[in-house]
Design a protein around this ligand. Structure first.
Ligand code: ATP
Ligand code: MG
Length: 352
C-alpha cells in the first residue's frame, strides 16, 4: 500500500475548520480505496504564529516541507496582520520555492449548486482553468521614478519568459489531450503589444505539437463576456497570472460561490510538493462559528487524490459533493442551509 505524506497547514480563521473536514474525508477515502493511506503532519503556521514568533512559518519551513508528497493548506490571513506579510511570507514563498507554476481551478457547476445565470441549472458548465502561477504580470518587477515629483512615473513590468510561457501552455495541451477536450487561450495582443503578442505566438507554436486538440483564442474582454453569455464553449482554458486571477473569481461566482471554489498549485515535474487549498480566505467574519462551508476544501482534497493518480477515487469524492448538493438537505448557510461545517463533512463522508 502506498503511503502519501501530507503536510497540513490549517492556517487562520475558517482554515482549521474546513481543513478538519477535508482531513476526515481524505482518511475515509483512503480506507474505502485500500490502495493508499495518508500520513498527516500538522504545521501550526499562519498569523497566530506570526504574532508570537514574528514570522508566518519557521525559518527552515521550506526545508521541512520538502520531504512531503503534498501540502494541504486552509487559509492564512488575520485582521491586524498586513496582507503582504501573510501572503508573501507563507503562501507565495511556498508557491515560488516549490516552483508550483500551474494553478488549476475547476469551474464546474455541479448539479444542485446555485448559479446566478438563468440557464445555469439546465446546461453544464465545466471549464478547467489553468493559470500561469509563477511570472507574468505578477513578476514583481518595475520601478517608481521621480517619486512625488510632477514627472512621477510608475512602471509595472510583466515578465513572460519562453520557458514559463511554453511550459504552462504545454501543460494545458497535455491535460486537454488526456481528456479529449479543447484548449482555449485567453490573452490581449491588441493592447499588450509585447507580452501578449509573444503569448499568442507561443500558443500557436505549441499547438502544432497537438494537431488533434481543437484550439480557440480569445481576447480577455471577450472571454469575460462569453463566460456569462455562453460558458459552455470553454473546456480547458489557459491564461496568464493576472487574467487567470480575475476570471477564476468570475468563474467561482458562476459555479456556486467561494464555498465551492477549489484550487491546486502544481509542480508537474514532482520535483517538489504541490499544494492544495480552497480558494477562499480566512473569512474572519464567520470564523469560529462552525458555519463555514467545507466543500471547497473537500473539492481541493479530491484534486489531491487525482494528482496522486487515483482519479477514479477523486471522482467518487467529487460525486459525493454533488450528491450532497442534489439532496439539498445538509448545507451550510452560504448555500441556503442551516447545517454546521462538521455536519456537512459527516454527510459527505457517509455518502462516500
Ligand atoms: P482573506 O483576507 O484571508 O482573503 P476574506 O475575509 O477576504 O479573508 P474571502 O475568502 O475573500 O475571505 O471571502 C469573502 C467572504 O466570503 C468571507 O468574508 C465570507 O463571508 C465568505 N466566505 C468565504 N469562504 C467561505 C466559506 N468556505 N464558507 C462560507 N462563506 C465563505
Ligand atoms: Mg479576501
Amino acid at each position: 500500500m502506498e503511503t502519501l505524506k501530507i503536510a497540513v497547514i490549517p492556517g487562520d480563521g475558517i482554515g482549521p475548520e474546513v481543513i478538519a473536514e477535508g482531513v476526515k474525508i481524505l482518511k475515509r477515502t483512503a480506507e474505502l480505496d485500500g490502495r493508499f493511506q495518508f500520513d498527516f503532519t500538522y504545521f501550526p503556521w499562519g498569523c497566530e504564529y506570526y504574532l508570537q514568533h514574528g514570522r508566518m512559518m519557521d525559518e527552515d519551513g521550506i526545508d521541512q516541507l520538502k520531504a512531503f508528497d503534498a501540502i494541504y493548506l486552509g487559509a492564512v490571513g488575520y485582521p491586524g496582520v498586513p496582507d503582504h506579510i501573510s501572503l508573501w511570507d507563507l503562501l507565495l514563498r511556498i508557491r515560488k520555492s516549490f516552483d508550483q507554476y500551474v494553478n488549476i481551478r475547476p469551474i464546474q457547476l455541479l448539479n444542485g449548486a446555485p448559479c446566478p445565470l438563468l440557464n445555469g441549472s439546465k446546461e453544464k458548465i465545466n471549464m478547467l482553468f489553468i493559470r500561469e502561477n509563477s511570472e507574468g504580470e505578477y513578476s514583481g518587477a518595475g520601478d517608481w521614478l521621480f517619486k512625488g515629483k510632477p514627472e512621477e512615473v510608475v512602471l509595472q513590468t510583466g515578465v513572460f519568459s519562453r520557458k514559463g510561457t511554453e511550459r504552462i501552455i504545454r501543460y494545458a495541451f497535455d491535460t486537454a489531450k488526456k481528456s479529449g477536450k479543447s484548449v482555449t487561450s485567453i490573452s490581449k495582443a491588441n493592447a499588450l503589444n509585447y507580452s501578449m503578442v509573444f503569448w499568442d505566438e507561443v500558443f500557436e507554436e505549441v499547438s502544432r505539437d497537438y494537431p488533434d486538440v481543437p484550439t480557440y483564442s480569445y481576447l480577455v474582454d471577450a472571454a469575460a463576456m462569453h463566460m456569462i453569455n455562453d460558458p459552455q464553449r470553454f473546456e480547458v482554458v489557459v491564461t496568464s497570472n493576472l487574467f487567470g486571477d480575475i476570471l477564476t473569481d468570475l468563474g467561482a461566482a458562476l459555479a456556486g460561490g467561494m464555498g465551492l471554489a477549489a484550487g491546486a498549485n502544481i509542480n508537474p515535474e514532482r520535483e517538489y510538493p504541490s499544494m492544495f487549498e480552497p480558494v477562499h480566505g480566512s473569512a474572519p467574519d464567520i470564523a469560529g462559528k462552525g458555519m463555514a462551508n467545507p466543500l471547497a476544501a473537500v473539492w481541493s482534497a479530491s484534486q489531491m487524490v487525482d494528482f496522486f493518480g487515483y482519479e477514479d477515487t477523486g471522482k467518487t469524492l467529487l460525486d459525493a459533493i454533488e450528491t450532497l448538493l442534489e439532496e439539498n438537505r445538509v448545507l451550510t448557510p452560504d448555500l441556503g442551509g442551516t447545517a454546521s461545517t462538521s455536519e456537512v463533512g459527516d454527510r459527505v463522508s457517509d455518502i462516500l
